[in-house]
Design a protein around this ligand. Structure first.
Ligand code: SF4
Length: 174
């Protein structure tokens, strides 16, 4: 079975994605989410995902994240695109480092993210890094499995992740 590096945004989305990827791939869960604010919230999400899955854990370089989104704080579309691009670019760099030929992201299963923008970013990165993008659209699965996460004690966050989404309570599509 092929390895796939799955950018993992949180335990819930990892759980939902796992349900249909696990039969086709040996999943390596890659944790790189420097967008999450504050650190207490970051740790909650990280520990929840870690309790269920073994993670390839990367650094919490929130200062770098702020540099990337600088100037776009109040522009949801541009800020979020920069945020997704940063996390997914690192996923591709890690896939190359680990010599993994496939990648994908749990962001695709979330009904709260801009699916088509994330898909396009992944397609562009696939060409640039020559790592095969595994695309899926199982957003319905999120609703199907969402009640099961409680069984596993997974933490359900109340906002997307960054300080701006926290302040606006933004959880739905940005
Ligand atoms: S709202 Fe979510 S996707 Fe957008 S910048 Fe904040 S953390 Fe990133």
């Amino acid at each position: 079975m092929e390895n796939i590096l799955l950018h993992t945004c949180c335990g819930i989305c990892a759980f939902c994605t796992n349900q249909f990827l696990k039969d086709n791939f040996n999943i390596k869960y890659y944790w790189y989410n420097p967008n999450i604010h504050p650190i207490a919230e970051y740790n909650k999400r990280l520990l929840s995902a870690k309790a269920k899955y073994e993670l390839v854990e990367d650094t919490y370089d929130w200062r770098v994240w702020f540099t990337k989104i600088k100037g776009f704080a109040n522009d949801d579309n541009k800020r979020c695109t920069k945020c997704w691009l940063m996390r997914l670019t690192n996923t591709l760099k890690k896939a190359k480092e680990l010599k993994i030929n496939y990648f994908s992201t749990t962001l695709l299963i979330s009904p709260y993210q801009k699916h088509d923008v994330i898909k396009k970013i992944c397609e562009d990165l696939e060409k640039e890094y020559k790592v095969t993008f595994y695309y899926f659209d199982e957003r319905k699965s999120f609703y199907k499995f969402k009640n099961e996460y409680k069984t596993f004690g997974l933490y359900m966050q109340k906002y997307c992740g960054c300080v701006f989404s926290k302040n606006t309570g933004k959880k739905v599509k940005v």
